[in-house]
Design a protein around this ligand. Structure first.
Ligand code: ADP
Ligand code: MG
Length: 262
């Protein structure tokens, strides 16, 4: 019996009902030359779910994220988002449908102020959706409101270069949230932060999730992963070795040997 079968996965929403599946990825495979970085990974995500994605460095977490968000094209497999295939769509079209991500290394527009950094994703996703029109003033208000949620409103007119490391991570998440996503991938948003800064980001992610956004949280800080996750997925050498209840996964001998024991 596989680890996944032993553990199982329930996927109940807060109301006790089983939430609908939003993302269904089947047999995702990505090769770089002859090297298989992601090997036949299956992943389904329910609406509003909080999933922790862990694994050693180089195990394929960012590559899987890139494949699902469209930064990379998959070599094999299928990806459905809200019941429709998105595998052939470029990243910006997936973003318009509601798939967002923050990059492991923040990628703001360095020559634009924070508020302008928010306007760009807003304009290219939310405003490009059918039936959505936003005036310049509405876009400004929306951008400012988001900066406020992330505690960056007082620096709205400043450049990203003026931010501290934790503020930069917040900006990266705020820019992803500006696309009004249904599913957010947070790729190592806490690396190098202090204990209290980790808590700040954790609190923000929980707040975003409480609005109904499904979140895939990629992180090495196990304390944060265990606090955040309703379900835990483990990748090792491009393969999924566990998927289920966080406590059962983290105590699984196979997972301990392959990752935690390192
Ligand atoms: P993780 O995010 O789990 O640390 P990555 O997905 O970044 O792992 O990397 C998985 C493997 O794929 C690593 O061995 C990495 O060197 C390799 N890899 C990632 N991106 C590329 C690329 N663009 N070209 C070649 N190899 C890559
Ligand atoms: Mg990575």
């Amino acid at each position: 019996m596989s680890v996944q079968e032993q553990i199982g996965s329930e996927g109940f929403s807060a109301a006790g009902k089983i939430a609908p599946t939003i993302l269904e990825a089947r047999k995702i495979t990505k090769r770089f030359g002859g090297f298989v970085a992601v090997n036949g990974v299956e992943l389904s995500v329910r609406r509003g779910e909080r999933i922790g994605l862990i694994g050693p460095n180089g195990s394929g977490k960012s590559t899987l994220t890139n494949c699902l968000c469209g930064t990379l094209r998959i070599d094999d497999g299928a990806i459905e988002f809200e019941g429709e295939s998105i595998a052939l769509l470029p990243a910006h079209k997936r973003a318009r449908r509601g798939v967002a991500r923050s990059f492991q290394l923040p990628k703001p527009f360095h020559s634009l102020s924070l508020i302008e950094n928010m306007r760009v994703p807003l304009e290219f996703t939310v405003c490009s959706r059918k039936g959505t029109h936003m005036s310049k003033a509405e876009m400004r208000d929306r951008s400012f409101d988001l900066l406020e949620v992330f505690g960056l409103a007082s620096k709205a007119q400043r450049l990203p270069g003026d931010l501290t490391q934790v503020e930069m991570r917040k900006l990266e998440l705020a820019r992803a949230m500006a696309t009004d996503p249904k599913l957010l991938f947070s790729d190592e948003a806490m690396a190098g932060l202090s204990h209290s800064e980790v808590d700040e980001i954790l609190e923000l992610l929980l707040k975003l999730n409480s609005t109904g956004v499904s979140i895939i949280f990629i992180e090495h800080i196990i304390r944060a992963v265990m606090t955040f996750s309703e379900r835990l997925v483990v990748l090792v050498a491009g393969q999924k070795i566990a998927d289920g209840d966080p406590k059962s996964v983290i105590e699984n001998q196979h997972v301990i040997e392959a990752y935690l024991g390192q």
